[in-house]
Each structure stands twice: as C-alpha cells, then as structure tokens.
Design a protein around this ligand. Structure first.
Ligand code: DC
Length: 222
C-alpha cells in the first residue's frame, strides 16, 4: 500500500490522542505532519488580534482574507505565518481555545482552510490530523483512521496536558469545555465531525499512544 500513500488522514474528537499519534506516525514513515486545527486556531487568533467581533462571520472572513498567509515545512511539520508572524504558543491560549470551535463552524473559514490544507500536498506525503480530513479534505485517501476514546479519558488527558503546561484549570471545567467543543464540532452544519465510511476506527481508551502509532504504521505499510 505504501507506494500509493500520499496522505494519511487521522480524524477524531478533541483530546483523542490525534496529535501525539499523528506526529509519531509521520516520524516513523518520514511523512510531513500537519495539524489542521492549528489553521482554524490561526484564523481565530488573527481575528482576535485585529479586534474583530467573533460572532460576525463576514468580519472574521474579511480579517482572514485581508491577512497574508504563507505555508512552509519546518522540522518535519507544516507551519504557517500570518502577516509575517509565526504564532505557535499563541494558538494554545485560552482565548483562542474557547473561540475556535465557533470560528471553525463558519463555512467561509472552512473553505479557506480546506483549500490551503489540500495545497500542502505539494510539499510531499502527509500525515494530517483533524475532524474532516478523511471526509472532506482528502476523501480519496486510501488511509483513513478515526481515533476515539471515552470522554472521561479524553478530559483526563487534556487536563494533564494543561497542568503540565502550567495552566490552572479545574478537572470538571476541562470536562465541560470538552463537551461543549464536541457538541459544536459534531452538530455544525458544514463538515461536522463524523467517521468516514472507509475509515478504520481505533478506540484508544485502554491503549497506549505507542500502541496506536504501531497499529497505524502497520496498517499503512502492510
Ligand atoms: O484539534 P484542535 O483542538 O486544534 O481543533 C481546533 C478546532 O478546530 C476544534 O473546534 C475543531 C476544529 N477543527 C475542525 O473543525 N476541522 C479540522 N480539520 C480541525 C479542527
């Protein structure tokens, strides 16, 4: 299967382990890792920075189209700049985290992000993580995986990540915020999170992320 593989799609809800798994698979196969959520976060960050009302779809779209976006590959991962700035930590800040699901539900934002994600294929073979990679961005990919885990396990993983990053969050607030995002991601009108018909579903609740990486690498290289 390897010769045909250009893009490996890894979809799933927040905190399902997609990032760690996708980075591990990309490293093992020498593919470029792409965090598609980062671009939705980038659009959100850019709008916040410009003082845009995030409930106003047209204003968010105008700030997005008015910015200069540049895409490149660094250390095996796709990255981007917005008006010359390369946001990384900024994309993880609470303000962005709380607003991004709403911005990612805007059809025009999704069109812009999907087109730019598709264009990344010219850099080489990709492992792309997201919510709609197998269903919308690369529907023809022969390698689609849908990673899931119980909500409690996902909330615990996210909580540990936030605490490790020095953020003072309460476990029940993390759970509530995750549930809120799950609801927005799965019920939005444009490209909601769903399992592609031909995706392999992996429930990682009682697996280590190393085991999940191996499962995907084995499936792709077999
Ligand atoms: O994976 P993440 O938490 O960085 O994603 C941020 C937001 O973007 C989240 O609300 C889901 C949305 N998203 C999306 O709608 N489609 C994608 N392919 C990736 C992320």
């Amino acid at each position: 299967m390897m010769e045909k593989v250009k893009t490996i799609a890894v979809d799933g809800p927040s905190a399902s382990g997609k990032s760690t798994v996708s980075k591990g698979v990309a490293k093992a196969l020498g593919f470029i890792y792409v965090d598609s959520g980062a671009l939705y976060r980038g659009v959100t960050w850019n709008a916040i920075r410009k003082g845009v009302d995030l409930r106003d779809d047209a204003a968010v779209a105008a700030s997005m189209h008015g910015a200069a976006w540049d895409f490149f590959v660094q250390d095996g991962a796709a990255a981007f700049s917005v008006d010359g700035a390369v946001p990384v930590q900024e994309l993880r800040e609470k303000e962005v985290r709380e607003a991004v699901a709403g911005v990612a539900a805007m059809p025009e934002v999704r069109r812009f992000v999907v087109e730019n994600l598709q264009a990344l294929a010219h850099f080489g073979s990709l492992v792309m993580e997201g919510r709609d990679i197998g269903t919308v961005v690369f529907p023809d990919s022969p390698c689609k995986f849908y990673l899931d885990a119980d909500p409690e396990e996902r909330a615990m993983r996210r909580y540990r990540e936030l605490v490790a990053a020095g953020e003072d969050e309460k476990a029940h607030e993390v759970m509530d915020s995750l549930k809120r995002r799950d609801t927005i991601d799965t019920t939005r009108k444009t490209d909601p999170l769903k399992v592609a018909d031909d995706a392999q579903v992996i429930d990682s609740t009682s697996m280590t992320l190393e085991e999940v990486i191996k499962k995907i690498v084995d499936a792709v290289t077999e």
